[in-house]
Design a protein around this ligand. Structure first.
Ligand code: TYD
Length: 137
């Protein structure tokens, strides 16, 4: 799957409180190697500002809301608003992402296809654009 995509997750509604879940084999288009979460984001702050050469991710707003701006380095930009805990955004490799407009108490859960590796990051936007153009040649 090479395009970003909102993935709906099961939602088991219950008067005692709702429950959602995901399973690698059924809901996530890669094998999960790592999980991390972003929280306590001060008002007006942004996260991200990079792409990965290989790593793919799936991001959920477990609590609160935020936006993710994706850029494929070839002139296509998309914005996704995450604000429910029963769907998330799949982000393939080679998408520049910025996370912004975090609400108070926003909690972002991210599951990733690779272990943390700083060498997989593209942190310079121009370098990212060159890399993604070369990737499609
Ligand atoms: P970074 O990925 O740049 O944050 P953002 O989510 O804003 O894009 O990571 C910030 C710092 O945290 C950086 O020093 C690397 C470290 N880090 C890890 O050690 N392990 C991880 O799994 C992640 C995602 C980051």
């Amino acid at each position: 799957m090479n395009k970003p995509k909102i993935i709906q997750l099961p939602k088991i509604t219950d008067v005692r409180g709702n429950l959602s879940f995901f399973e690698t084999s059924n809901h996530i288009p890669f094998e999960i190697q790592r999980s991390y979460w972003i929280y306590d984001v001060p008002g007006g702050e942004m996260r991200g500002g990079h792409a990965y050469k290989k790593n793919c991710e799936f991001t959920i707003a477990l609590s609160g809301s935020f936006d993710i701006i994706l850029d494929n380095g070839k002139g296509n930009k998309q914005i996704f608003s995450l604000n429910r805990s029963y769907y998330g955004l799949y982000i393939p490799q080679l998408y520049w992402r910025q996370m912004c407009n975090f609400s108070t108490n926003a909690l972002a859960l991210i599951v990733a296809s690779t272990p943390y590796n700083e060498k997989d990051y593209l942190r310079d936007y121009d370098e990212f654009c060159e890399f993604s153009v070369k990737d499609t040649q």
